[in-house]
Design a protein around this ligand. Structure first.
Ligand code: FES
Length: 96
């Protein structure tokens, strides 16, 4: 194993977990849409290579989903909608 510093100034994690039984899960609604919008916003702001957008499985707060988390800032956003994407990116910008 080789430990190293995080390669990104910020890493945005978007839960896209889905549940076939219809119970609340971030991915059942907007998870991948949010990921795509955040990725597009990162590219638009010229942050490619410095800010990474990835999707995750369940992050444990399903009832509040869709959930988005920014590492290493420790910021968490719940009940996220596409309209929230610019505000999330504005906050990411304060970490860069
Ligand atoms: S399904 Fe997203 S936090 Fe559990």
């Amino acid at each position: 194993m080789q430990g190293q510093p995080a390669p990104y100034a910020a890493h945005i994690w978007v839960c896209v977990n889905e549940r076939a039984d219809g119970s609340k899960a971030c991915g059942n609604g907007l998870g991948m849409t949010l990921k795509d919008l955040l990725k597009a916003g990162v590219a638009q702001r010229g942050w490619k290579g410095r800010v990474r957008v990835s999707h995750s499985g369940c992050m444990g707060l399903c009832a509040r989903g869709p959930n988005v988390m920014i590492h290493p800032a420790g910021r968490w956003f719940s009940n996220v909608t596409p309209a929230d994407v610019p505000a999330i990116l504005d906050e990411v910008g304060t970490f860069l």
